[in-house]
Design a binder for this molecule. Structure first.
Ligand code: HEM
Length: 520
């Protein structure tokens, strides 16, 4: 690698920390914000990153390059082998691990299940759980303002929502002070997996050793607390998913009455998916292991993302009390003294929508995703970049095997597209016409010119679900409570999905002061 000339040699980028580790310690450091933000600020839309032992990777946020990676050439840029293998070990065979034709087939069956019509049907579940959350918080602040771990409650709520609306299963009635061990395990998944991230490239080699049973025995002997915790978490998710799946299967076999008696009365995503699968043609039908794998995938993909986004929104509202008051006034007016805002009114509330969009733009919960070029391919650019030799580069020949990092946050914060105030949190920007530069840039994201939920065939399938979840939870909480900052310093950590801690502690949490809203 060191001596062979590569077409990527002249792409500018940061110097490596060391030959062996390249820039990976900076990229996979939980405090690596400055490095990630710096890539977006100091370089052009494509940056060369050094991987392990001289490997060259690309960090991409140029809109034309992004379109090629996630839309036009998405089947050339698949998820990398180590990412797929580690996710399969954690979650089984779901959407996040399938590729090519299998992935297309799974999406075909599942896209309708996540449609807006189904989301509407789920409104009563969303409201009921949000009210349970409200009552749980209210009972803890009976004697006035109290400091509460908001992240814990958001995570429990997100799990319960994905449980009831996604799987037709209740994990946690949101009553006790501590969630059950399963919820705790899931909450630890992202930080634990991120801590092992540097070793992930070794996984494809490790998986060639012996049989799964032998590998499991070897794994148990490795003296790494983090690795053993990862094994426990993955086992817990697997056992729960299997149990829920079996119960569902039996209810479906017993007929409509048994289905109706289940949590969510058979309206949840899994029940609908299982029903759609039963009536699908033979070639479209998914095998049982692929249905089972979707369950852990929904829990993993839907929990920390949305709960982190909600916690971040509440923190920003506490930092900007004027925005909090304005948003509350909009919600209270829409409630008109009632308990619920109907679906169509809620999704169109302009200020609530602007706050959600702006938070998801500036603080996208997933900051990057990785892909690997499966063949040699040319990466187009919308703007030429200047190479290290001073020449302009119009397009980049990408060799097979190159790892490409999709710069979600870098695209969302790109001042060339969003204007000089791109790095500021300004909900108002969504209430005015957006700059022409963003309207014409053709960013390939599924949501409001943002890469937050990605784009193309692998765009987040749960993006409407998470929008609705954020809006219902915020509407219910803001109409009852006032949120202010705790005196403790909150640090957001870079990880596969970003999470908050108090200072440098490793525990995901976000204490905030909560009080009742007067006069409501
Ligand atoms: C704010 C909340 C959320 C954000 C920011 C988010 C973001 C993303 C991103 C960036 C991806 C692409 C990952 C990759 O290809 O490597 C993704 C995929 C996915 N998300 Fe979400 N997500 C959110 C909420 C949800 C929810 C609530 C669910 C389910 C109920 C969900 C289910 C999925 C699934 C199943 C995939 C894999 C899709 C595929 O590969 O076809 N997500 N999400």
């Amino acid at each position: 690698r060191v001596f062979i000339h590569s077409p990527l040699d002249k792409i500018p980028g940061p110097p490596p920390v060391s030959f062996a580790k390249g820039n990976l310690p900076q990229l996979y450091d939980r405090n690596g914000w400055d490095f990630i933000k710096g890539l977006g600020e100091k370089y052009g839309g494509v940056v060369k990153i050094n991987g392990l032992y001289g490997a060259k990777m690309l960090f991409v946020f140029d809109p034309a390059a992004l379109s090629s990676v996630v839309v036009k050439d998405q089947y050339v840029y698949e998820r990398s082998e180590d990412a797929t293998k580690s996710t399969r070990l954690m979650l089984g065979d779901g959407l996040l691990t399938s590729q090519g034709e299998t992935h297309r087939k799974q999406r075909k069956l599942m896209n309708p299940v996540f449609s807006i019509n189904h989301m509407r049907d789920m409104m009563p579940i969303f409201y009921q759980i949000s009210r349970n959350l409200r009552d749980a918080i209210a009972s803890r602040i009976d004697n006035g303002e109290k400091e509460i771990d908001v992240l814990d409650w958001m995570a429990r709520t997100a799990l319960e929502l994905v449980g009831q609306a996604g799987l037709g299963y209740s994990f946690d009635p949101l009553v006790q002070d501590k969630a059950d061990a399963y919820a705790e395990a899931i909450k630890a998944l992202v930080p634990t997996a991120f801590g092992l991230r540097l070793y992930r490239p070794l996984l494809p080699i490790a998986l060639k050793i012996g049989t799964p049973a032998i590998r499991r025995r070897i794994l148990k002997l490795i003296p790494s607390t983090r690795l053993q915790r990862m094994r426990e978490i993955s086992d817990a998710i697997d056992a729960h998913s299997k149990r829920i799946f079996e119960e569902k299967k039996q209810a479906l076999a017993r007929g409509d009455e048994a289905v109706l008696k289940q949590v969510g009365a058979g309206k949840d995503i899994l029940s609908r998916l299982m029903q759609a699968n039963m009536t699908a043609s033979e070639e479209d039908r998914l095998p049982e292991n692929e249905l089972l794998g979707q369950m852990s995938t929904f829990i993993f993909a839907g929990m920390d993302t949305t709960s982190g986004a909600l916690a971040h929104t509440l923190q920003l509202l506490a930092e900007h009390p004027d925005v909090q008051d304005k948003m509350r006034a909009e919600i209270v007016a829409a409630l008109g003294g009632g308990q619920e805002i109907p679906y169509d009114t809620l999704v169109d509330l302009p200020y609530l929508d602007a706050v959600c969009r702006e938070t998801l733009r500036l603080y996208a919960p997933v900051t990057t995703v990785n892909r690997t070029a499966q063949e040699d391919i040319v990466l187009p650019l919308s703007e030429p970049i200047r190479g290290t030799d001073g020449n302009l580069i119009q397009e980049i020949p990408v060799p097979k095997g190159t790892e490409v990092i999709v710069g979600i946050l870098a695209s969302n914060r790109n001042p060339a597209l969003w204007g000089p105030d791109a790095a500021e949190w300004k909900p108002e920007r969504w209430l005015e016409p957006l700059p022409d530069t963003i309207n014409t840039a053709r960013v390939p994201g599924v949501y409001s010119h943002l890469m937050t939920f990605l784009g193309g065939g692998r765009a987040c399938i749960g993006f409407k679900f998470s929008q609705l979840e954020m809006k219902v939870v915020l509407a219910v909480l803001l109409s009852s409570f006032k949120f202010s900052l705790s005196s403790k310093e909150i640090v957001w950590n870079v990880a596969g999905i970003q999470y908050p801690t108090v200072g440098a502690s490793g525990k995901p949490e976000m204490p905030m002061k909560i009080d009742r809203v007067k006069n409501t």
